[in-house]
Every structure is written in structure tokens, then in C-alpha cells.
Design a protein around this ligand. Sequence first.
Ligand code: CA
Ligand code: CA
Ligand code: CA
Length: 472
Amino acid sequence: MNSSDKISGDTTLEENNSFGNKYYVSVNGSDNNPGTKDKPWKTIDHAVGKDSPIKAGDTVLVQPGTYTELITLGKSGESGSGRITLKANGDVTLKDPNPTKGGFREGVIQSAGKSHWVIDGFRIENTSWAGISLRDAEDITVQNNHTYETGASGIIVLPDTYYDGGEQEVTSKDIKVLNNTIERANWRWKGRGDTNGTQEALSIWGVDGFEVAGNTVDQGNREGIDAKTGSRNGSIHDNKVTGTSLVSGTPGGYNGGSAIYVDGGRARSFNIDIYNNEVYGNTADAISIADEDPSRGDVFDIRVFNNVVYDNGKQGVNGGQGIGISNNVRDVEIFNNTFSNNVQAITINGKSYTGGYQPRNITVTNNIFADSTYRNGFIEDAKNVTLKNNLFTDRFSNLYDGGKRTTNVKSSDNTEVNSIRFMDSSGHDFHLKSDSAAVDSGFRIDPDVEFDKDGKKRNQGKAIDVGAYESK
Ligand SMILES: [Ca+2]
Ligand SMILES: [Ca+2]
Ligand SMILES: [Ca+2]
């Protein structure tokens, strides 16, 4: 945990600079104009292009209307108050001039090697590839945008040219993606083998320092939020992710594809916090920590807490994990989450088709595993796993099923109850009734976690409560 303010549940949006020049774009403008309010420019691409007069600290205000153009950031701002803001000044819709052509890396707002920007408030729809695509980016905030039916990602940060793995693939840093709605991403992707609509709804690829917070990700064809390929020192918090993986994996659309995904890929990925998210109604898995390329770098130092994870997976069709940890992953803490009505609440399984070491040093504490439809959990090919002080319901009376090749799996002080006593389980209110066994039954408080999912102080009453919400 880098700072305590990360867990308050509040998302601080970047404000426009009060100084610097303001420039305007209007559908009735002309690119021969000076870009003033009375004589605005016509195209956004001109406003942000390399020949535009805008400079560090300036703001480009785009007046209401629909703009059909590709917008390429042609210059960089400076850090702090020198950032350049591109902002929708009302309802602004951006469209791809050619939504059936344009592939990998194209975004209706796009950049390569540019820094110090704020992109704020646009609706972007019907694109051939991404909505917003930032390559080799530094210190850029993307906030309050709404992407709809993008061919690939709604928002993606990625390397411009280097894809061979290792540190060289980590080419972006200090990226914030805040309070956006990513709706129907990967809309061109029809299923396995289809080369259209690659990547994920919200992709953080090779980024050192990121915050993905307050976003809604809804109805993507592939995965939801993915921090991958060397992404590190970041957080994914206070997002809602639902309806992902509508056709992911195929056949039938139901195999694989996580709503929130950490994938080490071709580089080391580490120091990532996943908290306060609501992950529900996804076709396949909810949260997965994995490494698709164990030959180059592993995944470590991951914390998953205060998440509410329910109604994920299709029983009999896929694993439907609330959270899954797989091979080449170590040092993961999973605590104070509420899982309900998933196919499986948790799996820790290093059985690998790609190599790497068994998942190890995994602690699972103070979680609620409720009403899993198949089983609470499964542990196989894992080392040093501690399950302590979790509360669960299970018609088979098992906290987890143990498979083969496990070493040092410790299970203690886990409690089975007939009912968790949620406030309204069928209405998806997983706060606790006062007589819930989860109240005051946590075994410690993490010194870095001051608040519950609602931002309410932890450690009220006699002790911290189990699950994502503190009752009293
Ligand atoms: Ca296009
Ligand atoms: Ca790797
Ligand atoms: Ca308490």
C-alpha cells in the first residue's frame, strides 16, 4: 500500500487548470480561425495537433455536437499545472470516420510518445479498434468518458513498438483512468480465432504506476479490466464490472475471460491492489491473477480486499471463479472480500499448461464465501496457502476441496454457518444484519486498511467484521 488515501473509496478527478489559455472547437468553426470562443476551430485533431498554438497548461474545450474524425495528440504538456486538458464542454460524441477499417493501435483519440494530458468527458462510439489508445504515454488522465461499441478496447494504454518482453515492454507510466463507462467493448470480436477486436475492455499494458478507479465496465465480449505485461505499482478500485466475456473463449461464449484480470505476460508484474470493486453477473470468472508467459517474469505482491463479487460464471460450462490464482504467482493477500453465488468462490491452482512455479504464499483471511453453486474452493499444485478466519456456507460442509501436489496448506478458524445473514441477498445487498456471524469476528485489522467498501471506518465494535462491509 503506497498511501492511505487510496482506500478511502473516493476518486479525485483532475480539475481543469484555472490558468493557461482556453481554446474552443465547434462543429460550426473553421480550422483557419484562431480557436477563440467566438472564432472556434472546426476539428479537434487540428486543436491538439503539432501545428496548433496550444501549449503546456492550456485547455481545449470542445463544444456540444458530433465530431467524426481521428484525433491524434500532436504535442505534450508539462507536469503539474502544465498538463494540457482536452475536455468536452457539454454533450460531445466522437465517431470513427471509418468504423469498418483501422486495426491494431488505432483510437478515435490516440497518441504515441506524448505526455501530460487530461482527456475528459467524451462519448466515443462505433470504432474500428479502440476508443482511446495511448502508446508510450506518461502522466495522462482519462476521465468521465463513455465508450460504446468499440471494435476492441474502450480505453487502452500500450507500448508503441516494443513487444518482445522484459522491462523494455514497460513503456508507459503514471496513468489514471477514472470514472469512465466502457460499454460493449470488443464488439467486433466474434470468438476464438477471430482477429478482430483484440485486447480487453480496459487494457493497462506495460504501465508503471496506474490507477483504474470508479469506472463502469458493462457488456464486453472479452475480458473486462486487464493490467498486464509488466504493469506494476498500481491499483484497480471502486469499479463496477458486469456482463463481460459475452463471447469470450467460445464455444458457446462461456469459457474463460475474467472481469478483472492481472496477467504478468512477458514481464514482471507486481505491487497491485484490487479493492472496493463490485464484480457481478459476468459470464465467466470474476477476478484472476495469472501469468500467461511464465518464461519471462512472474507476478507478485498482489492484494485483493473489500471487493463484492457475486453471480459470476455458468455452472457446468465454466469455472466461474470469484477469484482464481494460477501458476507463476506469489505473495497474494486476499482479505475481507464478500463472495456470493459464484460457481466457485476461490481457486488456487498451479496446474499449468505453460510452465512456471506453483502459486505460493497465498493468504486468505476474513472473507465471506456464500452460496457457491458448485463448491467454495479448490486448491491444487500450490505451496504455502493459509486460509484463516473465513466464514462460509456450503451444502457439502467444505471450505475447499484439496487436489494434488499441495504443500503446506493451513486451514484454521474457518466457520460454517447456514446463512451469512446478509441484509438482502436476493436484492444483492451484502451488508450484514446485526446478528450475522460475520460481525466482530475478524481476527485482526490490516493496519493499512482503515475503511470498508463503503468508506466506513473498520474495526468498529469488538473487532473488525468479516467480509467487505463493516456493520458495527
Ligand atoms: Ca477506423
Ligand atoms: Ca510472465
Ligand atoms: Ca465490527
